[in-house]
Design a protein around this ligand. Sequence first.
Ligand code: GRF
Length: 204
Amino acid sequence: MNYRIAVAVSGRGSNLEALCDALPAEVAEVVLVLSDRDAAALPLAAARGIATHRLRAHDDATEWLQALDASGAELLVLAGYLRLVPAEVIAAFRGRVLNVHPSLLPRHGGPGMYGERVHAAVLAAGDTESGATVHLVDEVYDRGQVLSQLRVPVREDDTAASLAGRVLTAEHRLLPAAVLAAARAGRPIVFDLPHAASAATELS
Ligand code: GRF
């Protein structure tokens, strides 16, 4: 079994790297990295020998689908991808598009909620915990079915930056686990990360 995965990115690509490092080659492999911009993640992918595609028009479904079809990808993972994926792409990959979001959805999601804004909102709300969410992607930002979450504590002296770092560590565990679960099941599934409860302590 070798599950073929495409990853869409807009940023530095730390989730992409965590995913590549965690996937046993005989189970799953990243075959394509797409980006809507000249993201730092693209040369990282190229250095690993992964095909890359810089989208000329991020809202052109035909461009997406041609790149995805050519790669033979069975799953599309959004790992820090900051734009809406065209509806025709979502329809073609219905139930096979995952996103990792740096909060416990449905809290602190939706349009404009990315990066430090998410963590600032968690602190402003006085939440005592945050975490990472992996969910299915549909046509609306951060609305699709939650597949799994990994919680981390919010500390009294946290800044948005310190909380972001703790949540990112959780993302780097949760996203590979979600992709491995999908590879083993043949499609994304709801799952619990083993030892998720103690992970919150480890990550604190
Ligand atoms: C992560 O926090 C991700 O959840 C969010 O953007 C960040 C991307 O980081 N959507 P990276 O590019 O994977 O390092």
